[in-house]
Design a protein around this ligand. Structure first.
Ligand code: SIN
Length: 378
């Protein structure tokens, strides 16, 4: 087993961690893949303490992508006006030294951006890096720090492409690291706890947030600013963290990870799938625009049970006759879209998760029955 150590600054403060100096240093010295995090020496006044590898603890790799958990603002009371993806992985780890009591921590900066900027290319990089790490005996679990805005898309993607039973846990924060009562540090600690816990094995990709543990398949962001934003409204959470112990109550019944046919190891890109929103006075020109701009599949986020206006239906039928899949989902936010003749439907997946599954499905097949089976199973 690979042995890694890192220097832990005993008295590092969050404001020091958030300083521009830290960010500039991280930009100047990008972390190489697999390199263990070495906390900075600071100004020399703090006392450095060498923490040794502890073979009784799980080895957890934290892959950082940015978001509010790595965000900084100018005043502690400001929870909405800040820069997401500003703080480097070293500083995030330094800010939660308690993590070293529950795991051997290794950190990598995959990217440091707000999650609306996550692209298909980032998804492939992250998925392949996780598969690479989990294939070794050196890593027992993964934590991905991520912006909350699109976290459920990345989480569901990983739920479909990770080829391991070892835990993969996504975590973020609703308040930047500089805010009063920032939620990031405890969320991060809890995510490491979940990733290193034996009962998390085989449950697919998890989202650990605000003391709850949810399946990537079911969880969605439900509030623009509140810290209890992640909810699995219909299906419920898989478990919760109480007093530093994860408790699981529910099993995930949908197939995931090792049970899917999706292999991203040789993929250079994912097929383009666009989402079109349904509303009154819907004009089909958006469908035509998607086709003209290279879409290989379309997700329709319809009102109610995925319904479509007559003019949209007419245009959609023409497009489907050319062989392009159109998948009906609902803009309602809850419920399962029932099967409809000639259309694919996405079960209870919201439109943005349905897009993730259609992109992956199209890397394997263009058979509509097979794609519908994926929607019914995953
Ligand atoms: C983001 O998604 O990157 C910004 C918002 C957040 O992390 O809460």
């Amino acid at each position: 087993m690979k042995k890694f150590t890192f220097t832990l600054m005993a008295f590092v403060t969050l404001m020091v961690a958030c300083s521009q100096e830290t960010v500039e240093q991280a930009e100047a010295d990008p972390i190489e893949d697999g390199e263990a995090v070495v906390a900075e020496e600071g100004n020399g006044e703090e006392e450095a303490e060498q923490q040794e590898f502890n073979e009784d603890l799980p080895n957890i790799s934290i892959l950082a992508t940015g978001g509010t958990i790595a965000g900084s603002g100018s005043v502690g009371t400001n929870t909405t006006d800040y820069q997401a993806g500003d703080i480097a992985i070293e500083a995030l780890i330094e800010a939660v030294p308690e993590m070293t009591e529950i795991a051997n921590i290794n950190g990598e900066q995959i990217v440091n951006i707000g999650s609306p900027d996550i692209t298909n290319e980032h998804l492939l990089t992250l998925g392949n890096r996780i598969n690479e790490l989990l294939a070794t005996d050196d890593v027992d679990g993964i934590v991905v720090t991520h912006g909350t805005d699109t976290m459920e898309e990345t989480a569901y993607f990983l739920n479909l492409v990770v080829k391991s039973d070892k835990p993969v846990v996504l975590v973020g924060a609703m308040r930047p690291a500089t805010a009063m009562s920032a939620d990031g540090p405890l969320n991060l600690y809890n995510a490491v706890l979940v990733a290193g816990h034996e009962e998390s094995v085989g449950r697919g990709t998890l989202v650990s947030f605000n003391d709850r543990i949810a399946s990537a398949r079911h969880v969605t962001k439900t509030d623009t600013t509140a810290v209890d934003t992640f909810v699995a409204t219909e299906e419920g959470y898989l478990g919760r963290i109480v007093g530093g112990v994860p408790h699981y109550y529910t099993e995930i019944t949908k197939s995931h990870t090792t049970e899917t046919p999706f292999d991203i190891s040789d993929l250079e890109e994912l097929p383009q799938v666009d989402i079109i929103y349904g509303h009154q006075n819907n004009d089909p020109y958006m469908l035509d625009a998607a086709v003209e701009n290279g879409a290989e599949g379309i997700i329709f986020a319809g009102p109610g049970n995925g319904s479509m206006s007559s003019v949209m239906q007419e245009a959609a039928m023409d497009i489907m006759e050319e062989g392009m899949p159109i998948v009906r989902t609902s803009r309602v936010g809850n419920g399962t879209v029932s099967h409809k003749d000639d259309y694919l439907t996405a079960d209870s997946l919201n439109p943005h998760k349905a897009r993730i599954l259609l992109m992956l499905a199209l890397t394997v097949t263009d058979d509509e029955e097979e794609i519908q089976e994926y929607y019914d199973s995953y």
